[in-house]
Design a binder for this molecule. Structure first.
Ligand code: SAM
Length: 244
């Protein structure tokens, strides 16, 4: 039936494409894709041929109205090159405008590198902040790290191989030597998750920048030491002075 279908696709292993994703992609009237070559391979793998329309950061504003109009009468699927659309990928404005136009919106959940990396990280998963890609430039990156330094949650970052060493060093400088994990090539042949303190990981990857796609997970800040009795008494005395 007509509407928008947000379809998650594999992040490396084609076996992770869900039966429901196959069903939707097989019947979509049109598929909005980041890169038609990437999605063509996926469609070929499942023996499907559907019309594709490019929808990426550089043409999204121009393409969106036409796609939203089509959702009134056609099934429009949205995929990205890998993983879950909208997660460090285009799509949120398409969903926003589809909703504003009153179209049906359905999600077909599936692989997401951030969630897969969390499960491999051996770090707390009860509270986490997805921080996406840090800015590549040193000053902007340090500022972005300072912004999340006080957050009492596990931090999740996306990164690419060549920048990993410098990024880990910047994290160690801005967050302290917290425990961390580098998850690489998840669901692919050379999948690995390396855990250790940020400084150790930074030293390791400064020497040998890895290939492939990477998620960096960082532990929450350590427990603050309990306030001393003296601090508590001073705070109480100070508070009492402010009572009417
Ligand atoms: N939408 C995707 C998702 O749901 O994970 C993320 C798209 S983002 C443009 C691409 C980044 O995701 C990569 O630079 C890398 O940080 C991460 N990534 C994607 N696939 C991965 C994999 N197989 N292993 C590790 N990280 C991956």
């Amino acid at each position: 039936s007509p509407g928008l279908y947000i379809v998650a696709t594999p992040i490396g292993n084609l076996g992770d494409l869900s039966p429901r994703a196959v069903e939707i992609l097989s019947h979509a009237d049109v598929i909005a894709v980041e890169d038609s070559r990437v999605t063509a391979k996926l469609l070929h793998h499942i023996g499907v041929k559907r019309p594709m329309i490019p929808y990426h950061d550089h043409n999204a504003d121009g393409m969106r109205p036409g796609l939203v109009a089509r959702m009134g009468t056609e099934a429009v699927a949205l995929v990205s090159d890998a993983g879950t659309p909208l997660i460090s990928d285009p799509g949120y404005k398409l969903v926003r405008d589809a909703r504003a136009a009153g179209h049906s919106i359905v999600t077909i959940p599936g692989p997401c590198a951030a969630i897969a990396a969390l499960t491999l990280s051996a770090l707390p998963t009860d509270r986490f902040l997805f921080a996406g890609f840090l800015p590549p430039k040193e000053k902007a990156r340090a500022d972005a790290i300072a912004e999340v330094a006080g957050i009492r949650a596990t931090l999740v970052f996306y990164e690419s191989g060549p920048r990993l060493g410098a990024m880990l060093a910047a994290l160690a400088a801005g967050l302290g030597n917290r425990d961390a994990a580098v998850a690489r090539e998840i669901t692919k042949r050379f999948e690995e998750a390396v855990t250790g303190p940020l400084e150790t990981l930074a030293a390791r990857y400064a020497v040998a920048p890895p290939r492939g796609e990477i998620v960096v997970i960082v532990a929450p800040p350590g427990e603050a030491p309990p306030p001393s009795t003296e601090d508590a008494e001073a705070a109480l005395a100070e508070a009492l002075t402010r009572l009417p």
